[in-house]
Design a protein around this ligand. Sequence first.
Ligand SMILES: Cc1cc2nc3c(=O)[nH]c(=O)nc-3n(C[C@H](O)[C@H](O)[C@H](O)COP(=O)(O)OP(=O)(O)OC[C@H]3O[C@@H](n4cnc5c(N)ncnc54)[C@H](O)[C@@H]3O)c2cc1C
Ligand code: FES
Length: 244
Amino acid sequence: MKDVLFEIKENVPLAKAVYRMTLSGDASDVTAPGQFVNFRLDGLYLRRPISVCDAEGDSLTVIYKTVGEGTEQMSRMAKGETIRALTGLGNGYDLSKSGRKPLLIGGGVGVPPLYMLAKRLISEGKKVSAVIGFNSADEVFLERELSSLGCEVTVATADGRAGVRGFVTDALPDDYSYFYTCGPEPMLKAVYRRTATSGQFSFEERMGCGFGACMCCSCRTVTGYKRICRDGPVLEKEEILWED
Ligand SMILES: Cc1cc2nc3c(=O)[nH]c(=O)nc-3n(C[C@H](O)[C@H](O)[C@H](O)COP(=O)(O)OP(=O)(O)OC[C@H]3O[C@@H](n4cnc5c(N)ncnc54)[C@H](O)[C@@H]3O)c2cc1C
Ligand code: FES
């Protein structure tokens, strides 16, 4: 984990209430797709965790949705300003289990970490498909960018105004070797029930400290309690115990 002062290179709207922020600074602690950074924001006691969408050299990109004070503050920041973040947090996805035809399944702001994952899997010669779901056409983002990497992309929207009408689980292909998913918990539960193979789930739970000290993100698994921020956010399908 590193505490890094980044300079904002770009902070632009991508879709309804969704922004892409590209930062310049030391991104060397980001080692796996699915890891996150935790932003320090003015006047807020708790940092705000956001998944790494891409990291290369001294450049780090995040995509975030404005839902409250912290993300609203981020959306008002301009090119040239600085922002502080803890980097290299979380375990990230394990690529070694992907097989030849991995499937990526993302919903809303669960889609960004799948971009870096797709990039890495494609660089390893894997044939990657992605099913990405949103509420409506004006919320769709990263479709073109994932296609440009070489992914076969299917979009699903709940209102049917873009792509397949329905949820990501209405658009899953039959033929895949393994899956990786990230999104809101109801989507993750539906993916758990509908998928035939093994896979990995990233949980974007609410967090406190973000680095394993406060226990407020702890959840029960088949191998005991785990802290989503430190032992996760990625859990394997076989270890998940849903609490409902
Ligand atoms: C590991 C991890 C990765 C994440 N990655 C991303 C990402 O890539 N892009 C992105 O946009 N967001 C991501 N999030 C969610 C993001 O952290 C929250 O949206 C953000 O902290 C909200 O801060 P705020 O001050 O704007 O809103 P707050 O004022 O803190 O909250 C506003 C509203 O949003 C709800 N909310 C806040 N945090 C969450 C959460 N984690 N899950 C569900 N609802 C929440 C609150 O209940 C409240 O209703 C991630 C969260 C985690 C834990
Ligand atoms: S957020 Fe503090 S232990 Fe996970």
